[in-house]
Write a protein that binds this ligand. Structure first.
Ligand code: PMP
Length: 421
């Protein structure tokens, strides 16, 4: 068969790679995306994806909110709206942020299609190819993918059980500057971080803000999990302490429903216009329908109680996961003990490669995300992220137990001499 016929039959245009813009080379499916197909098979316990658990959301109540909205205000809800976002919702978003100490003006809020879109907009207005973005080590895979698409160089900064380490941040800034590169912003997730579940301490929040102000580096504070603390509220948002240098990102994905795709950015006034223009060019305006659904839900339903119900659902699952890890994982493994959010980060002995181990885990009917997904530089091969948000506690126990066997066997096979459990 000639090459031409072959190409014709596979449906791929010729020289496709050359016809793409250079930046398309950075557009690669994340490790999580390629895992989803496998992990969503019903027999697999998926500790991989971070899908919010909607079992605590009363669907009849949501149905009546939507019905009422269309019946009474359908003409507005189904129409185009403001590029910056619905004015009433922007006011309500300020009330939500007040729970974390933020005093904001609705005029500085830009509603986005999930906070993921806000990440894209910020990247678009700040990043030239080769610019540096500082992120935690490890960091959120969806943000890394966006930064890569804009051809940023991602530099990871160490974190420990109190979050990003200020001294490591100072060192990273000096090293990058010494190499002549520009740092565009520091991206961090202070509350129940994705992927580690770590909470950034209040002291460090202040110190990091001081460093970034002095060095004239914007802080992008991504906070989808802040209201999902199980035992106590999280410390005030960093934006509460600094309204000039922090770009704050919020989302209703984890506190109401991710399918509505409503998030927001609260930005220093000087950045607002650029962000709104960038957003208009990609989506014209956020969906009036989903914004007004959220707005009427916030106005008429006990949303604080609903968040408390979500927290109960997640706390039970977190406990199940931590107990199961204790029972089934070897003594040579360590893991984080998150006080909220969705994720536990597990470190295994360095000779274990969690990406290579994945087929064995799938054969044992359990899925996780290998640690390398959360690094831009191939680091993290001995680690994994386990999500406790979605499966039932029984399934979590079952999955962690099966994974414990796989890990123990892997360690024994590699002859590391670590004890079996
Ligand atoms: N930031 C972080 C840290 C996340 O974990 C997620 C979703 N998993 C997002 C942003 C994007 O959320 P959304 O677009 O649904 O608001």
């Amino acid at each position: 068969m000639s090459e031409l016929t072959n190409r014709h039959q596979t449906g791929l245009p010729q020289n496709l790679e050359e016809r793409f813009a250079a930046r398309a080379a950075g557009m690669q499916a994340s490790e999580i995306r390629s895992l989803f197909a496998v992990a969503s098979r019903p027999e697999i316990v998926s500790l991989a994806g971070g899908m919010p658990n909607l079992s605590a959301l009363p669907m009849e109540m949501m149905a009546s909110v939507v019905h009422e909205l269309i019946a009474t205000n359908g003409a507005e809800a189904l129409q185009y709206g403001s590029g910056q976002g619905h004015p009433k919702l922007r006011e309500q978003i300020c009330e939500v942020m007040a729970l974390e100490g933020i005093r904001a003006n609705p005029d500085d809020v830009i509603v986005t299609t999930g906070s993921q879109q806000a990440l894209d907009l910020i990247s678009r207005i700040f990043i030239d190819p080769g610019d540096v973005v500082l992120v935690e080590a490890p960091s959120y895979v969806g943000a890394l993918g966006t930064f890569r698409q804009y051809e940023a160089q991602v530099v990871h900064v160490s974190l420990d059980d109190k979050g990003l380490i200020p001294e490591a941040l100072r060192q990273a800034i000096s090293a990058v500057r010494a190499s002549g590169r520009k740092i565009k912003f520091l991206y961090l997730i202070p509350n129940y971080q994705n992927p580690t579940g770590v909470l950034l301490s209040a002291d460090r929040r202040s110190e990091i803000l001081d460093i970034c102000r002095e060095e004239q580096i914007f802080v992008v504070e991504d906070n989808p999990y802040g209201l999902l603390g199980f035992d106590r509220p999280s410390p005030n948002a960093m934006r509460a302490e600094d309204s000039e240098n922090v770009i704050y990102l919020g989302s209703f994905s984890k506190t109401i429903a991710s399918g509505l795709r409503v998030g927001w950015a609260l930005v220093p006034q000087s950045l607002k216009e650029k962000l709104v223009i960038a957003s208009e060019s990609s989506i014209l305006c956020p969906s009036n329908f989903t914004q007004m659904t959220i707005s009427s839900y916030l106005a008429n339903q006990p949303w604080r109680d609903q968040i408390a119900s979500f927290c109960k659902v997640y706390k039970i699952r977190r406990d199940a996961m931590l107990e199961a890890l204790e029972e089934s994982f070897p003594a040579s493994a360590t893991w984080t003990k998150p006080g909220g959010g969705f994720y536990v980060w597990v470190n295994l002995p360095p000779e274990v490669d969690t990406k290579l181990m994945m087929p064995k885990a799938i054969a044992a009917k359990v899925a996780y995300v290998p640690g390398t997904a959360f690094y831009a530089d191939g680091f993290g091969s001995w680690a994994m992220r386990l999500s406790f948000c979605h499966p039932t506690p029984e399934r979590i126990r079952e999955g962690v137990k099966a994974l414990g066997h796989v890990v123990n066997e892997e360690i024994a096979r590699r002859g590391s001499g670590y004890e079996l459990k």
